[in-house]
Design a protein around this ligand. Structure first.
Ligand code: ADP
Length: 465
């Protein structure tokens, strides 16, 4: 079986979140199951232009002939090739999707071009996949280009986050080489939606957790009709994590390494974290890691910070995003010196150190398709406190039901404070139970192998038709 992943992000080369992590990991797990797999992504400025060129060709797009090169690398510690589409006018930029709060205005062209080039490249590479696996709205138009080229490959679309749908005004769609019939799939109004077209055109759809699959059928964020029309072909498959990258026993970012048998290294990381960040250290360390957006539930923090601090916790935030949240945490640092630290940067090193050194991870997401950070936390013996939504519901169960963390249902500060309060009290009163919880988290199966088997079943299903 030959499968080509086509995506806007691929870790570790260029990633902005969960999508990139999946595209950087799942292909390796599929390869281990014997699937022949490759990845196709743009060469952004952050990817070396000095990688070997495997081919160069030209294609028609946006009313002109575009000359492109394909550079090749491999996913780390694997034989999975990654083909980088080199076309500087579209991709030689500092950002993936934009800079600051602004998206690049030509994102439709940039990613439609990626999709079309991926189809054309297969002939150039003499490697025609049986399945194109596309991701989010960026590559959701690929099945339309495939049809236009008369190629018979099957297509699978993974929705990593339904909130990003790729809406653009109609005039922008002219010149990206799609027929009037095809455009109809993207909608009828003045604004057209790339994800909508993809949902209708692909052979199967997956999303990144079983609960999120149910949630988007219940509320399709404006795409309800098309999602429901494909309900029989929609599958929820929980993401795995890169177990080599996220392994406390061999993590080079940490100050000390550790395992579930011997957690002394975790205690050492905790002490170093306190030192490095200048925390007071009394009370548990509660961490938050992720994009500072509404999705992640930061409004609940804004509404309850004083009450959280009154519980005697140390709060560490690592993230970048909306300026209202960045400003809030900058201010909180001043108001609670030694109690609140906000690292407003993107740093893999700090993500690892914080997830190793903290006692709890707080993820009060408003919605969460899968969520990876809670899985990293579990693996690092850091107990998650989460709202029961999407993949958080599928991966964290409440300690009162014999589970591995603390869970609350309602999206309210009070519900969050109740769960946080239970966590803090347990930390103060019952270290043995806390240790047992850490170990329970560390012993879970978060491997990509499990997910890869399910994806292979989806590929087999579409190929059998
Ligand atoms: P999403 O895809 O919605 O951003 P996920 O939890 O699925 O959320 O994945 C986010 C990934 O990005 C995680 O690996 C997380 O550790 C990482 N990440 C997010 N923000 C930062 C940051 N500021 N520094 C380092 N890693 C980050």
């Amino acid at each position: 079986m030959r499968v080509m992943f086509v995506a806007a992000e691929v870790a570790p080369f260029a990633t902005a979140g969960g999508l990139g992590e999946v595209v950087g990991s799942l292909p390796k797990a599929l390869a281990e199951l014997g699937v022949e797999v490759a990845v196709f992504a743009p060469r952004y400025a952050r990817v070396s232009p000095d990688l070997p060129t495997v081919t160069a060709f030209s294609l028609e797009f946006a009313g002109g002939t575009k000359e492109v090169r394909l550079l090749r690398s491999f996913l780390p510690k694997s034989h999975v090739p990654v083909y980088f589409l080199d076309f500087p006018p579209y991709y030689e930029r500092p950002g993936i999707y934009g800079e600051g709060d602004r998206d690049y205005p030509d994102n439709l062209q940039r990613f439609a071009f990626l999709s079309k080039a991926a189809v054309m490249a297969c002939t150039e590479l003499s490697w025609v996949p049986e399945v194109f696996h596309v991701h989010d709205w960026h590559t959701a138009l690929l099945p339309l280009y495939l049809r236009a080229e008369g190629m018979g490959a099957k297509t699978v679309l993974t929705i990593h986050n339904l909130a990003f749908q790729g809406w653009f005004p109609r005039d922008m769609w002219e010149g990206i080489g799609l027929s009037k019939e095809d455009l109809k799939l993207a909608g009828e109004g003045e604004w057209l939606c790339a994800l909508r077209a993809g949902i209708l055109a692909v052979d199967a759809i997956t999303t990144v957790s079983p609960t999120y699959a149910r949630e988007i059928l219940a509320d399709g964020l404006g795409l309800d009709d098309v999602l429901r029309s494909r309900a029989q072909e929609l599958f929820g498959i929980l993401n795995g994590i890169d177990e080599e990258e996220w392994d406390p026993a061999q993590d080079a970012h940490l100050w000390a390494r550790y395992s579930s048998e011997d957690l002394r290294g975790k205690a050492f990381n905790r002490r170093r974290l306190i030192q490095e960040l200048g925390l007071c250290g009394a009370g548990p360390i509660v961490a938050m890691v992720g994009r500072l957006t509404e999705q992640k539930g930061f409004d609940l923090l804004l509404a309850s910070l004083d009450r959280i601090m009154a519980m005697g916790v140390n709060l560490v935030v690592l993230g970048t995003g909306e300026s209202r949240y960045e400003d809030f945490f900058k201010d909180a640092e001043k108001r609670f010196p030694g109690r609140v630290r906000a690292l407003l940067t993107f740093s893999a090193e700090w993500a690892h150190r914080i997830l190793a050194g903290a006692d709890f991870l707080l993820m009060p997401s408003r919605f969460e398709p899968c969520g990876l950070t809670q899985l990293y936390a579990l693996r690092y013996g850091t107990i998650p406190i989460v709202r029961a939504t999407g993949g958080l519901r599928d991966t964290v169960q409440d300690v009162d039901q014999g589970g591995n963390g603390f869970v609350f249902e309602e999206y309210t500060p009070e519900a969050m404070l109740e769960a946080l309060g239970r966590a803090v009290r347990l930390w103060q009163k019952d270290r043995r139970k806390i240790l047992a919880l850490r170990r329970m988290g560390m012993s879970g199966d978060y491997s990509w192998k499990r997910a890869a088997q399910k994806y292979r079943e989806v590929y087999e299903r579409v190929l059998s038709r």
